[in-house]
Design a protein. Structure first.
Length: 168
């Protein structure tokens, strides 16, 4: 039995609840052994959706969703590089999440391919990935991204979390 086709489209305001569910569940799944359990357990999709709705349409990059049979299964956001050591004029993949129940089904690959094609006019496309997220690191490496040696950290639940920059 063949699956219905996957459709990539711009995110709509009505997608905020589902995108927030995917993002929160994605954090809780992918970062369980990287970020403290107490921090992950406090993540709230409803609060995330409220913030997402408030920021929707502000022009903070482009947001895409991947859907099959009307169900949103993944989300990606990208746009111009935000800041840091990467020269202006480059693109950045801000986020890419797939509902954990649908990992391994080509959804992340389809979203990343779409973002990469849309960012073809940028000299380079970069992203940040948590250092300990080996699954994501392998995913990006298979797609041609390579770590460039730049690292940074941020705080999550009172603990430092480290990430590395990948560039294509």
């Amino acid at each position: 039995m063949t699956r219905p086709p996957l459709h990539i489209r711009p995110m709509r305001l009505t997608d905020c609840d589902r995108v927030s569910q995917i993002r929160v569940r994605g954090w809780q799944h992918a970062y369980r052994d990287i970020v403290s359990d107490s921090y992950l357990d406090k993540l709230n999709a409803e609060e995330d959706a409220e913030l997402r709705r408030a920021r929707f349409g502000r022009g903070d990059g482009v947001q895409l969703v991947a859907e099959r049979d009307g169900e949103v299964l993944g989300w990606a956001a990208y746009g111009p590089g935000r800041e840091g050591e990467v020269p202006e004029g480059n693109g950045e993949l801000y986020a890419l999440y797939v509902d954990p129940e649908h990992l391994g089904g080509g959804i992340g690959h389809a979203l990343l391919t779409e973002v990469t094609e849309r960012c073809a006019s940028y000299p380079r496309l970069y992203l940040w990935v948590l250092t300990g997220n080996t699954r994501a690191r392998r995913f990006y490496e298979r797609a041609g991204f390579r770590p460039d040696g730049t690292e940074q950290s941020f705080e999550a639940g009172g603990e430092k979390v480290f990430e590395v920059r990948y560039v294509k």
